[in-house]
Design a binder for this molecule. Structure first.
Ligand SMILES: [Zn+2]
Length: 409
């Protein structure tokens, strides 16, 4: 199998979302990224204002729903919705269970600083544990229940509360692999959720004769039927189609304006995303490396190369520096899941993709994507300042355990 890499970023033809590398050597993600410097963003914003006009309510009812977490662009999304568009949102959060104190603090501050109401979905821990175990065994994903909840809860609330407009941040398929152009004004779909967010498994095909899951366990993770989405005229739009989306710059604005809290992350230079979760940049990221041969730091590197904040050579160095760092907080996860370390290790080893892992004398040898990349050793002056350009605005953490719920301040 011939693996090709983009000549600009460091994604390859094995990207799980699917990528095209064109004759000029650029990948579809880089080509679509170039639109960020070509489009007239003022007129794109005006287009957004036009789209939402009909959703403003004259009464005190909510105008829209905004799915939020204690990280991942939530401050920037709410900032635009409340301060720039003047909408009254109902914030919704699906509790992922693996919350850090920083995450809970940021989430609480979203409500306080933007004067918004928030609705939480807290599913009973037994169901979440059962689902996590099953998705870990079946798909090698401990995050499936989190993603399923994050993507279904807002749509279920839109239906129940009759608030048809949902506002999301950026579309991953567009940002990473250029699956769509910004000009397509892509909206949320049930199909993309199943095929990409949920790795081809939605609630209906998770239940089998070989596990202990039932309809009741999956009730809260179910996405409304297409028929009810059309009947209720529910749409989910992405701000990334109308704003020149740049997470680093956006987060820094939120740190300065609203005291958004940030933290060091074990397996990446990035300090702004996913700091709300103990597992995303640890066991979840390790599973990504097992299955896909690269880890989250590659996503961060590709994004920063495209914004021209680092060179490709330095990007390779950063990937090699971070992608195989020892993961943290595994004991917390094993204790929560009720499984010992050895059994967990056995389970996740089943998901090592033989393309990227060779077993020699009972040990796994890594031959993931970065082993095919060589850097020239050159570092620019911009590169050498890059890692320190991330602003650390820490929140004093007092405990090391999952925070299921908290007022956060
Ligand atoms: Zn590329």
């Amino acid at each position: 199998m011939k693996i090709r890499f983009c000549k600009n970023c460091l994604y390859s033809t094995l990207h799980p979302l699917g990528i095209t590398i064109f004759e000029n050597g650029l990948c579809s993600g880089c080509v679509i990224h170039q639109e960020k410097n070509k489009l007239n963003w003022k007129s794109r914003w005006e287009q957004l204002e036009k789209i939402i006009t009909k959703y403003y309510k004259s009464s005190n009812e909510y105008d829209c729903i905004v799915p939020v977490t204690g990280a991942q662009d939530s401050f920037f999304i709410v900032y635009n919705v409340v301060k720039k568009l003047g909408l009254k949102p109902l914030l919704v959060n699906h509790n992922k269970y693996f919350n850090t104190e920083i995450g809970i603090h940021n989430l609480a501050n979203l409500r306080i600083k933007f004067n918004c109401d928030i609705l939480y979905q807290n599913i009973n821990p037994e169901t979440v544990r059962k689902l996590t175990k099953n998705s870990l065994i079946k798909m090698g994903s401990m995050y499936w229940p989190v993603i399923a909840g994050n993507t279904s809860f807002p749509v279920n609330i839109a239906k129940k509360y009759k608030i048809p407009l949902i506002i999301w941040g950026a579309h991953q398929g567009l940002e990473q692999v250029g699956m769509f152009s910004h000009l397509h004004n892509i909206e949320m779909t049930k199909r993309y959720r199943k095929d990409h967010d949920l790795m081809g498994f939605d609630e209906s095909n998770l239940i089998s004769n070989f596990n202990n899951l039932n309809e009741k366990d999956l009730y809260n993770f179910k996405y409304p039927s297409l028929e009810s989405i059309y009947r209720n005229k529910i749409i989910g739009i992405y701000l990334g189609n109308y704003i020149r989306w740049d997470p680093k710059v956006q987060h820094e604005k939120m740190i300065n304006k609203f005291d958004y809290k940030t933290d060091y992350q074990n397996r990446t230079f990035e300090k702004y995303e996913n700091t709300d979760c103990y597992n995303y940049m640890n066991i979840h990221d390790l599973l990504k490396l097992y299955k896909h041969g690269y880890s989250k730091v590659t996503d961060h590197v590709c994004r920063e190369i495209r914004f021209k904040r680092i060179s490709r050579d330095y990007g390779i160095k950063l990937i090699k520096k971070y992608e195989r760092k020892k993961i943290k907080y595994l004991d917390l996860f094993c204790e929560w899941l009720g499984i010992d370390n050895k059994s967990l290790e056995f389970s996740i080893n089943q998901h090592r993709n033989p393309i990227f892992w060779r077993k020699i004398d009972n040990r796994f040898q890594f031959k993931g994507l970065s082993t095919l990349l060589k850097d020239s050793g050159k570092i620019t002056s911009k590169d050498s300042k890059f890692e320190n350009s991330y602003v650390l605005n820490p929140f004093k953490t007092t405990i090391k355990k999952y925070v299921t719920f908290g007022k956060g301040v």
